[in-house]
Design a protein around this ligand. Structure first.
Ligand code: SF4
Length: 477
């Protein structure tokens, strides 16, 4: 090596070190810069009324997403059904699904940043073959989404195994699967029980659903997150509590309730859905949980749309993650939101630990507050003795209240014209749409559209177009 070469080698080494340090700094950043920008944009877009200290939208998450127009058909019949009457005239076609999911999720990644939750939803996901279903999930993961498949749960273990395993190697192609199972007595046509008179008759189906995922974990080491979805009507309102009591030990990690709305196919609107309100539903959920649900500690979007309560069970006793009446807990919540922002801890342990360290550095009050919080939480769980006897189980309760199509349509038209609606119910709908927590990506015009708008305004004409593109009489891919 000549004398001129020594400084060149030294500068190359320093460049490499600088490059590595920069890469390390980027990898351990509490949140991805694209997500930080998406959160800031989302916060700016929110109406003033929902920019409250407990608001998670625009600070912790950019919003949940759902796919649209990817497999509109379903082989069960629900009353109500949120899909348009044209949905079952569209053929389920794996190639169409995967191409659409890819395009929609690419746009969602661009607008909302990485690490966001997205539902593979439309009609019934298991009408897709396992290969197309797996390819759709892979497209979602590739685009930085955390996918959840929405299903009525009326499928067999063979299907689940074929979805979860690589057909060539027989090895798992997913480490983890998330599914939401929709089970309630408004549904007709399950193979095992065609017509259901009450919610209790569905408990064996609910149990069978969870047991399939338990078997998948035992046989292939693939873990899962299972949510239970239930539409609430005047007929099953008073059965909510029994569903929770009976099914909370089956393996569901979330119980989500959707008060029925006049959306979708009008020929499936069978009852007076406005004879009860959200408070009536929430009271029944609390009755089933056996304790007060602290839904005001954390808010996702507009409180008229969403309530969420984090907590769980210690044996038969319900505990709440936060006590929303205790100012100390609210300070922990504030530090949590300030420190964590959009941090994704779903990463290899050293990386997650490094991100945590940077979180603690940017919000130094978090650590002492978290210590006190942990002590109070253990107390709510029944004390250290109870924890030593039995592991607590986290269970989230949620309620998502869709709006009626009759208010969504004029509210959306007003938003599109850039006007504020005058009629109070339309104005309220407009505010809710502006704080929407559940959006669907539309690559054709490069924007996200609220789920209510998708079902109330866009689905009918979109499905009519799809029925021409994918008519039932052609064979699917
Ligand atoms: S989809 Fe509708 S009900 Fe749900 S958060 Fe959005 S506006 Fe609210």
């Amino acid at each position: 090596m000549n004398r001129i070469g020594v400084p060149r080698v030294q500068s190359l080494v320093s460049l490499r070190i600088i490059h590595r340090l920069r890469a390390l700094e980027r990898a351990t950043r509490p949140e991805h810069p694209d997500l930080a920008a998406a959160l800031a944009r989302r916060w700016e877009e929110l109406p003033e009324s929902v920019r409250t200290p407990n608001q998670m939208l625009g600070r912790r998450i950019a919003g949940c997403e759902g796919t649209q127009g990817v497999f509109p058909a379903c082989n069960l019949a629900c009353t109500p059904c949120y899909h348009s009457r044209e949905a079952n005239r569209v053929r389920v076609d794996g190639d169409h699904t995967v191409a659409e999911v890819e395009a929609q999720m690419r746009l969602a990644r661009e607008l909302r940043g990485p690490s966001q939750h997205a539902q593979l939803i439309g009609g019934e996901v298991t009408l897709l073959g396992p290969e197309a279903h797996a390819a759709a999930l892979e497209a979602m993961i590739r685009n930085g989404r955390k996918p959840m498949s929405m299903t009525h749960g009326d499928f067999d273990y063979d299907y689940l195994e074929a979805l979860a395993l690589d057909p060539e190697t027989g090895r798992p192609r997913f480490r983890h699967l998330s599914f939401a199972g929709h089970f309630d007595s408004t549904m007709r046509g399950r193979r095992g029980i065609k017509r259901v008179r009450g919610e209790a008759e569905l408990n064996p189906e609910r149990k069978r659903f969870c047991a399939m995922f338990d078997r998948l974990r035992r046989e292939h080491g693939i873990d899962s997150y299972l949510a239970h979805n239930m539409t609430v009507t005047p007929r099953n309102l008073d059965q909510i509590a029994d569903v929770i009591r009976e099914c909370r030990s089956y393996g569901f990690r979330m119980f989500s309730f959707q008060p029925a709305a006049f959306v979708g196919n009008p020929s499936r609107w069978k009852e007076e859905y406005r004879s009860f309100d959200d408070d009536d539903v929430w009271r029944e959920v609390e009755r089933g949980a056996g304790g007060r649900l602290h839904s005001r500690a954390l808010q996702f979007g507009d409180p008229r749309c969403n309530r969420t309560a984090y907590g769980g069970f210690q044996g038969g006793r319900y505990w709440s993650l936060f006590d929303e009446d205790d100012p100390r807990e609210l300070r922990v919540r504030d530090s949590f939101i300030a420190g964590f922002g959009g941090v994704d801890l779903d990463a290899p342990l050293p990386l997650a630990a490094a991100r945590l360290a940077r979180v603690a550095a940017r919000e130094p009050r978090l650590v002492p507050r978290a210590v006190g919080f942990a002590g109070r939480l253990v107390g709510r769980m029944g004390g250290p003795g109870a924890l030593l006897r039995k592991r607590p189980r986290a269970v989230t309760f949620a309620m998502h209240s869709f709006m009626d199509a009759s208010v969504v349509r004029p509210a959306w038209e007003a938003i599109e014209r850039g006007e504020a609606a005058e009629e109070p119910s339309v104005r309220a709908a407009q505010e809710r749409l502006q704080a929407c927590m559940y959006g669907m990506a539309h690559p054709e015009d490069g924007r996200m559209v609220p789920g209510c708008v998708q079902h109330s305004v866009l689905d009918p004409r979109q499905n009519a177009r799809l029925a021409e593109l994918l008519p039932l009489h052609d064979r699917g891919a």
